[in-house]
Design a protein around this ligand. Structure first.
Ligand code: FA5
Length: 350
C-alpha cells in the first residue's frame, strides 16, 4: 500500500509541475482530492485492512492528503501572484494621463444665456442672488401687493404643498427677501440695491410653443434715491444689445402688475419669423420678454424701505424665451425635452 501512495504522490507532483493556470490547478485538485479522487479512493481502500494496518496506513494516507492539499494551496498563491504581476506588466505602457475618449458635454442653452446675463449685470455692479424654488404665499404674492383673492393670482396658478407653501410662479417672489437683506446698507451707508436673481418658475399652464409649465426667469431690481424710468430703460437696452449683439426691434407698452407702478411690457420682435408671425410668437410678430416697471410703494414698504425717500425699478426677464430667441429654438418645449441631439449643439460664444 505504501508503494501505491508513493507512486500517487510522485505522479501528483509531476502533474503539478505541468499546471499553467488556475483552471489546470482546479482540475488536478478534483482529480486527487475530489469525492472520487485518487487520494479519497485510498481512504475507501482502508476498509479492507485489519485494525493495525488500518492505523499505519491511515497515517500515511493522511500525510499524503495533507501534502497534496498544501501543495495545491501553495500553487494557487503562486499562480495568483503571477496573474497580478502579468496584469501590472501589461499596463506598463498605459498612460493614465491620456484623456478618456469621451464626447465633450455641453451646457444647456438656458444655462448659457443665464451666465451671459449674469456677466452683463455683474459688470454693471449688480449682485447675483440665489433663491429657493419653494416659497411662502407671502413671498410670492402678499409682499408683492397681491392679497388673497386678488384677480392677478388667477394668472399664476401653481403647485401647492400641504403646508401652504408653493412652487414659485415668478422670480419676483425673492424681492421682499432681497430688500430686507440689503436695506440697512442702503439706508445707513447709501449703497444702492442692485441685484439680479435667476431662477426656475412653475405655473399650471396649457403649454404651447411659447409657454411651459416649468421655465426660467431672471428678476432684477435697483433701488436708490432718484431712480427713474430712464434708468430702467438704460439697463434693459444695454442687456438686450449685449445678449444679441445686433439691433433688435423692441417695444414698450403699458402692462399691469400689482407690484409695479407704472408697469410695462417689453416685447421684442420675434427672431424666429422676423416679425411676420409664427407659432413661437402666437402669430403676433412680437414676443413678451421682459415685463418691468417702477417698484410699487407698498412693495418697498413691505421690504422695510421708505418709498418717500427711495424709488426703484424691477424687471422679470423670461430667460427661457430669451434662450429661444437667441438660439432660434422654435418650440419652448424642446428646451425641457432632454433631447441631447438638439440641446448639445449650442456653445458659449467665447
Ligand atoms: C411676471 O412673472 C412678473 N413677475 C414679471 C415682472 C417682474 C414684472 C418685475 C414687473 C416687475 P409674466 O407672468 O409676464 O410676469 O412673466 C414674465 C416673463 O416670463 C414673460 O414675459 C415670459 O417671457 C416669461 N414667461 C411667463 N410665463 C411663461 C411660461 N409659461 N413659459 C415660458 N415663459 C414664461
Amino acid at each position: 500500500m505504501t508503494d501505491k501512495t508513493s507512486q500517487i504522490k510522485q505522479e501528483f507532483f509531476e502533474k503539478l509541475k505541468e499546471v499553467k493556470d488556475i483552471a489546470d490547478l482546479e482540475n488536478i485538485k478534483v482529480q486527487y482530492l475530489g469525492k472520487n479522487g485518487t487520494v479519497t479512493a485510498l481512504m475507501k481502500d482502508m476498509k479492507t485492512l485489519d485494525a493495525d494496518m488500518k492505523k499505519q496506513f491511515g497515517q500515511v494516507v493522511n500525510q499524503l492528503k495533507t501534502e497534496v492539499s498544501n501543495a495545491v494551496s501553495d500553487k494557487f498563491e503562486e499562480l495568483k501572484k503571477a496573474a497580478v504581476e502579468k496584469e501590472i506588466n501589461s499596463m506598463a505602457d498605459f498612460d493614465v494621463s491620456t484623456p478618456a475618449n469621451l464626447e465633450r458635454g455641453s451646457y444647456h442653452p438656458i444655462t448659457l444665456v443665464q451666465r451671459e446675463c449674469e456677466k452683463i449685470f455683474k459688470s454693471m455692479g449688480f449682485t447675483v442672488e440665489d433663491y429657493s424654488e419653494i416659497v411662502t404665499d407671502y413671498e410670492c404674492f402678499e409682499s408683492l401687493n397681491i392679497p388673497k383673492h386678488h384677480p392677478a393670482r388667477d394668472m399664476q396658478d401653481t403647485y401647492y404643498l400641504e403646508n401652504g407653501q408653493l412652487l414659485k410662479t415668478q422670480t419676483s417672489a425673492a424681492q421682499n427677501a432681497i430688500y430686507k437683506k440689503y436695506k440697512d446698507a442702503l439706508i445707513n451707508e447709501g449703497k444702492p440695491i442692485k441685484a439680479i436673481f435667476p431662477g426656475r418658475c412653475f405655473r399650471n399652464e396649457a403649454t404651447d410653443a411659447c409657454h411651459e409649465n416649468t421655465f426660467f426667469q431672471m428678476e432684477g431690481v435697483m433701488v436708490d434715491k432718484n431712480i427713474s424710468i430712464s434708468n430702467l430703460i438704460f439697463f434693459m437696452k444695454t442687456m438686450l444689445s449685449e445678449v444679441f449683439r445686433k439691433d433688435i426691434k423692441v417695444r414698450l407698452r403699458p402692462g399691469f402688475f400689482p407690484f409695479v407702478e407704472p408697469g410695462f411690457e417689453l416685447d421684442i420682435s420675434c427672431l424666429i419669423c422676423g416679425g411676420d408671425g409664427c407659432p413661437s410668437c402666437k402669430h403676433s410678430g412680437w414676443l413678451e420678454l421682459c415685463p418691468c416697471g417702477m417698484i410699487h410703494p407698498e412693495v418697498l414698504k413691505a421690504g422695510g424701505i421708505d418709498p418717500e425717500e427711495y424709488t426703484g425699478f424691477a424687471f422679470g426677464l423670461g430667460l427661457t424665451r430669451l434662450a429661444m430667441m437667441k438660439y432660434g429654438v422654435k418650440d419652448i418645449r424642446d428646451l425641457n425635452s432632454g433631447n441631447l441631439k438638439s440641446l448639445s449643439q449650442f456653445t458659449d460664444d467665447e
